[in-house]
Design a protein around this ligand. Structure first.
Ligand SMILES: NC(=O)c1ccc[n+]([C@@H]2O[C@H](COP(=O)([O-])OP(=O)(O)OC[C@H]3O[C@@H](n4cnc5c(N)ncnc54)[C@H](O)[C@@H]3O)[C@@H](O)[C@H]2O)c1
Length: 335
């Protein structure tokens, strides 16, 4: 049984990480760290967690084998620095860091401390993603030439009126926009999927953006990546698609085009299919997130000392490098 300590008891910990850590064979959610005492108390009560700390030293010395980081991105470097000091293996939520420099420092710290470092790109582990990975490797659509990955939504909306009729901005969306916007926050998943499915490094990229809302970062973005094997990936991300609408909708799709066929995945239509020279094949639809499988792989990595499929620190770094540089270039060249 591996004893996991979790850092940051916020939204994704509440609905994703904590329930999965408490229900995965071979893993035990041993302790949590959360700097906000009231939030810590609420989450311990809600999930029945015996050990909770606002003090980092006490948390790291509570008997944990490894940690999972679910704090906001600006805290990841400091959290990982502490984990390395105490020699604990790390699974860190995306984005790994706020910049290439931070991610590079994180990777160096882990290497020096001899701890395993993984980035929590859970989308890799959805049944659809793993099936796509398998189909590509079997050559079911021939040589993969082109990918189109789209996620346009409103990131829970611009805001709403409170009970007194006062307009209140959505602080979550605002925070994500200040951290770099949809390509840095969400698009890193799609960048990782493109690298994972093609099995080929991104060698160059270009971008275009729109400022539908009033932040410094573009809130609707297009990224075009060229892979070393000649494949091309296009990622479109938005946090402003219906951001002020009463009846918002979103679009989440994967399209993969190979020399012998195509694969389509569409969240809205609950569709997952392949069309090739042998016919039309439909597969079970399942949502993109899969924290359960992420943790099964983390458990196996902790037991076996490594993993073939878990995204590494370098995978985290590459997603930050591509997304951050694309956003920074757009902000610098905005007319
Ligand atoms: N993989 C996914 O599908 C997915 C989904 C949502 C969020 N995320 C990522 O998960 C991370 C957390 O997102 P969230 O939406 O839960 O954020 P959140 O703001 O809801 O929660 C973060 C929690 O961390 C706590 N915290 C603050 N400073 C801390 C520190 N120094 N150390 C530890 N904890 C600290 C906060 O008090 C808060 O309780 C982000 O990196 C985000 O990008 C991933």
């Amino acid at each position: 049984m591996k004893k996991i300590g979790l850092m940051g008891c916020g939204t994704v910990a509440d609905y994703g990480h904590i329930p999965v850590l408490q229900s995965t064979d071979g893993l035990e959610l041993h302790a949590v760290f959360e700097p906000n005492p009231e939030r810590l108390r609420q989450m311990q009560e809600k999930h029945g967690i015996a050990l909770g700390f606002t003090d980092e030293k006490a948390f790291f010395e509570s008997g944990i084998d490894a940690i999972s980081i679910t704090s906001p991105a600006p805290c990841h470097l400091a959290n990982i620095r502490s984990a390395c000091k105490y020699g604990k293996h790390v699974l860190c939520e995306k984005p790994l860091g706020m910049s290439v420099e931070e991610c590079t420092e994180i990777i160096e710290l882990a290497k020096k401390a001899n701890v395993m470092l993984f980035t929590g790109f859970d989308y890799r582990f959805s049944p659809a993603s793993l099936k796509i990975y398998e189909l590509i490797r079997e050559g079911a659509i021939g040589e993969l030439k082109s990918l189109r990955l789209i996620y346009i939504w409103n990131c829970h909306g611009k805001g709403s009126f409170d009970e007194n009729g006062k307009w209140v901005e959505n602080e979550r969306r605002k925070g994500r926009m200040l951290e770099g916007g949809p390509m840095v926050d969400c698009g890193v998943h799609q960048i990782d999927l493109a690298r994972f499915w093609t099995g080929s490094e991104v060698v160059s990229w270009s971008e275009a953006g729109a400022w539908v809302d009033e932040y410094e970062a573009p809130d609707h973005m297009y990224l075009h990546m060229e892979h070393a094997n000649g494949a091309h990936s296009m990622v479109e991300m938005s946090y402003s698609y219906c951001h002020t609408c009463q009846n918002p909708i979103n679009l989440f799709t994967y399209d993969l085009i190979g020399t012998k066929g195509i694969i389509r995945y569409d969240r809205g239509a609950k569709l997952f299919e392949m069309r090739n020279d042998k016919g039309l094949f439909t597969f079970d639809y399942s949502p993109e997130k899969n924290f359960k499988a992420l943790y099964v792989h983390y458990r196996d990595a902790l037991e076996q000392g490594g993993s073939e499929l878990l995204p590494t620190g370098v995978d985290g770094l590459m997603a930050v490098k591509i997304s951050r540089q694309a956003v920074d270039r757009l902000m610098a060249n905005r007319h």
